[in-house]
Design a protein around this ligand. Structure first.
Ligand code: SF4
Length: 351
């Protein structure tokens, strides 16, 4: 572990100002990603700016039905907050399917948005080929062990999967990320926040230099909707998704009025299945159209040597999530909108 300067700040303006003082500064909130990666020598900040004292821990219902979530609200508080459970149960379920109780107590909303990939080659500096860590060095996963890697949104330069559950739900719910930096305040649409790897996989998000996330604002709920988050993984808890699917579905009489489908575990960023959604709107719901939507969602997938199994897995996840969300929309016939029990599990890395 390398030495770094440490500054604790109490105002957003001070946090941004301190961050500009070094070319490789890092904001520290819950630390569940940053500290891991500093210890692994993957991230090497000259300065850490501790933002935990900033007044960014509120959850507020706005007049227009949106909900503003402070950047420092913990994943635990967010998952259990009455407003979120009532208006966005998909987000609550996705949060509770991730990591462990201990980690959710520490991890923050902004930190979850900024979560780095779990690609083992990225996390091991002994491996020299990683374009995300060292631009231009190559991609060890492309020809290495790539069972856990992405099949959607990949490029020849990077095939790393985005690891977050929370961000899958946010992709379905939509909204904005509020940020503040040397140039002032601005908003970024949630769907535009994470970037595809393209030929610059080291650029993972839309933040400019020294910008700090101050809050996430959720769009109002679609209406009386059914929702479900289904996470499929190698073990029942404390594991990252091999494939996950978040669905929000609104009925219009006997047909589907609106539907949002977001995928995790299979793509390089939280993934919206827009073609699949469009195929379902105005249609009488059922197994046949759900399977067609699932095929559309994976139509452009590019499997690697070891992860072709993710295609049928993701298709099945989509169908099951749609069926359960439909039951929910028809009157709460489904179990709570989460796939797993909130089992305790050991502390450590953060699935
Ligand atoms: Fe690095 Fe991306 Fe390749 Fe993993 S998949 S080794 S993160 S470039």
């Amino acid at each position: 572990m390398r030495n770094f300067s440490y500054r604790a700040v109490e105002e957003v303006g001070s946090a941004v100002a301190r961050h500009t003082e070094f070319s490789t500064s890092a904001f520290l909130a819950g630390g569940t990603t940053l500290i891991d990666l500093i210890k692994l020598d993957v991230m090497r900040p000259e300065q850490v700016v501790d933002v935990n004292r900033l007044p960014l821990k509120r959850i507020d219902l706005l007049d227009d039905g949106r909900i503003r979530i402070g950047a420092l609200v913990s994943n635990t508080e967010l998952a259990h907050h009455p407003l979120i459970r009532a208006r966005h149960p998909l987000l609550s379920a996705a949060l509770l399917s991730g990591a462990s109780t201990q980690l959710r107590n520490m991890a923050t909303t902004a930190g979850n948005l900024m979560q780095r990939t779990r690609c083992a080659y990225f996390r091991d500096p002994v491996v020299s080929e990683c374009n995300k860590r060292e631009p231009g060095s190559g991609c060890a996963a492309a020809t290495g062990i790539n069972r856990l890697h992405a099949v959607l949104g990949t490029s020849e330069h990077c095939v790393a999967t985005h690891p977050s559950d929370m961000c899958v739900a946010l992709a379905a719910i939509e909204g904005t990320v509020e940020v503040e930096g040397p140039g002032g305040k601005r908003e970024v649409a949630l769907l535009d926040f994470h970037l595809l790897p393209g030929d610059t996989p080291q650029r993972e998000h839309a933040l400019e230099a020294d910008e700090l996330i101050t809050s996430v604002v959720l769009a109002p709920p679609l209406g009386v909707a059914g929702a479900h988050y289904l996470k499929l993984r190698d073990r029942a808890s404390y594991e990252f998704a091999l494939a996950s699917c978040g669905v929000v579905l609104v009925l219009d009489g006997q047909r589907i009025g609106q539907v949002r489908i977001a995928l995790g575990g299979v793509a390089t960023k939280p993934w919206r299945a827009f073609e699949a959604e469009a195929s379902l709107v105005g249609v009488a719901p059922g197994r046949e159209c759900f399977e067609q939507a699932a095929r559309l969602a994976l139509a452009h997938a590019r499997p690697l040597e070891h992860n072709a199994f993710k295609l049928p897995l993701a298709r099945q996840a989509i169908v099951r999530a749609l069926e359960t969300a439909l039951d929910d929309a028809r009157g709460g016939m489904s179990p709570p909108a989460q796939s797993d029990t909130d089992a305790g599990s050991p502390a450590g890395d953060s699935p």
